[in-house]
Write a protein that binds this ligand. Sequence first.
Ligand SMILES: Cc1cc2nc3c(=O)[nH]c(=O)nc-3n(C[C@H](O)[C@H](O)[C@H](O)COP(=O)(O)O)c2cc1C
Length: 192
Amino acid sequence: MKIAVNKPLPVYPAPVFLVGVYDEDGKPGGMIAAWGGICCSEPPCVTAAIQKSRHSYGGVVARRAFTVNIPSEAQAAEADYFGLFSGRDGDKFAAAGLTPRRGEAVDAPLVEEFPVSLECEVVHSVELGTHVLFVGKVVRTWAFEEHLDERGLPDPLKVRPLVFAPQFGNYYGLGDKPVARAFSVGKSIREG
Ligand SMILES: Cc1cc2nc3c(=O)[nH]c(=O)nc-3n(C[C@H](O)[C@H](O)[C@H](O)COP(=O)(O)O)c2cc1C
């Protein structure tokens, strides 16, 4: 029997977005945001919900730009570092051994080593409570050539994105194989 549980957000998985920004002094930095995701196909948009207390918040507001960088499973420690420490206390890129690469389309740095990076222009921001939700229009997308499939899409089984389970405090992978084919497996119910 399904019972009501006293936990508001058991929504798994959440993404592990390393939100890249230049701070108000122009230094590259960023933070992890798990409160985020895709929110529009055309124009392509993503969200990242950021608390005002984060050092990165000022950079997003000042430059109206951020990047979303998706780590692989093997980069969990580097990603977590960006969620543990503040850019107010030092250069997180240098400490984590990651390379900030200037975005070509927006005023924010990419994480060169992470398999997928999106350059985003802030088109909306909404004050929700603890977090301010930023909607970023994706104006350029980056990936490693060796991760692309025949359509030019980064293959999740090659990217091996790190994902997060809020409240459990664990990072996970996506697993080794798809469970079923989307827009397809449901047809079997009609066909009997
Ligand atoms: C797994 C994980 C998820 C996080 N998700 C968010 C989030 O969605 N929004 C947020 O404001 N902070 C989030 N944080 C906390 C920030 O990443 C953290 O406070 C960071 O040190 C802020 O860095 P900054 O002060 O340099 O901006 C998360 C941290 C971790 C480890």
